[in-house]
Design a protein around this ligand. Structure first.
Ligand code: FAD
Length: 303
């Protein structure tokens, strides 16, 4: 029986574990992959206070390191369901069940698919969602990055260290990314832009060879040769396993108050999986700190 089980070891979950363990709670952190979450797929983090620039995996390691000494149990497994039995919650993974008094959901979000022909067939054969993981395989190639937000622009800049050229295709005529990233992209000779346009199809026999693009203003359709396509078109929550608790909005984001409390007493949600405006490492750790503290308060009030 745990005081709190935290599901997901991204920055939100790791910070919740830090705060809960420092309050002397018996804490388990269940993670289905590598601790670090999306930070493991991030080349450079330049907006985490205290570091002018740090790689995502390095920051992940620094956040994970202290947890063991604080007695946080790191368990491997994918959580399939959470059952609410009042004062006790049951957390069910693919092969185990755990009892706990509180649960903190920190499972983040996953990249959204473009949903065009060729995307699934050529996934990992030129289609990628992770420049950090796959960028080095595309040396001296012409690459396409789809999207106009922070992740798209940041990873396009990262890809220029390997690629011959990087073209950003965006459905609007201006980027959504932070100004500092935009300025850097516009100043980079290797980066080109295709505005007001969407990808209609990704083509290739065994690997990506070309991409069909439609201009949404003129409806003109053109085909361009590219060796790789990196897709950054938004996020969807990883929250399916919480369905029985009915704590999600219509798009699947978990609804909380300012204390990270969901509508189920003793169940909290933090980080990207939460309904919120800004999904970043800083906001994830802020959420985690609050939930770790709130779990302690809940347990004190309910004992
Ligand atoms: C390419 C890219 C670049 C980015 N650049 C920046 C940046 O420069 N600065 C910045 O601040 N933010 C950046 N972000 C955003 C930042 O990474 C996220 O906001 C942050 O990681 C969210 O943290 P989280 O803990 O909520 O979720 P995540 O980091 O997504 O972690 C969730 C964890 O939960 C685990 N999990 C999911 N489901 C289950 C389950 N059922 N059972 C067990 N475990 C589960 C996952 O394996 C994962 O490890 C970037 C994101 C991407 C993709």
């Amino acid at each position: 029986m745990y005081d709190t089980i935290i599901i997901g070891a991204g920055p939100a979950g790791m910070t919740a574990a830090l705060y809960a363990a420092r309050s002397n709670l018996k804490v388990a952190l269940i993670e289905g992959g590598l601790p670090g979450g999306q930070m493991n797929n991030t080349s450079d983090i330049e907006n985490y206070p205290g570091y002018a620039n740090i790689s995502g995996p390095e920051l992940a390691e620094k956040m994970f390191e202290p947890l063991e000494n604080l007695g946080v149990e790191h368990l491997y497994g994918f959580v399939k369901n959470i059952e609410n039995h009042g004062d006790v919650k049951k957390v069910i993974t693919d092969n185990e069940e755990f009892g706990t008094r509180t649960v903190i959901v920190a499972t983040g979000s996953k990249h959204r698919l473009l949903g065009v022909p060729g995307e699934e067939e050529l996934n990992s054969r030129g289609v990628s969602y992770c420049a950090v993981c796959d960028g080095a395989f595309f040396r001296d190639q012409d690459l396409l990055v789809v999207g106009g937000g922070d992740s798209a622009v940041e990873e396009a800049i990262f890809l220029t260290q390997f690629a011959k050229t990087v073209t950003i295709v965006h459905r609007r005529d201006e980027l959504r990314a932070q100004k500092v990233l935009q300025d850097r992209a516009f100043a980079n000779d290797k980066i080109n832009f295709i505005w007001d346009s969407v990808v209609k199809e990704i083509k290739g026999e065994n690997r990506v060879e070309s991409v069909v693009i439609e201009n949404v203003k003129t409806n003109q359709v053109t085909e361009h040769a590219f060796g790789g396509v990196f897709i950054y078109v938004g996020l969807d929550p990883v929250s399916d396993f919480t369905k029985d608790l009915q704590i999600q909005d219509e798009s699947g984001w978990i609804v909380t108050d300012d204390h990270m409390k969901t509508s189920v007493a003793g169940v909290f949600a933090v980080g990207d999986v939460r309904q919120k405006d800004l999904r970043q490492v800083t906001t994830a750790v802020g959420d985690g700190a609050i939930a770790g503290q709130e779990a302690y308060k809940y347990i004190t009030e309910h004992s």
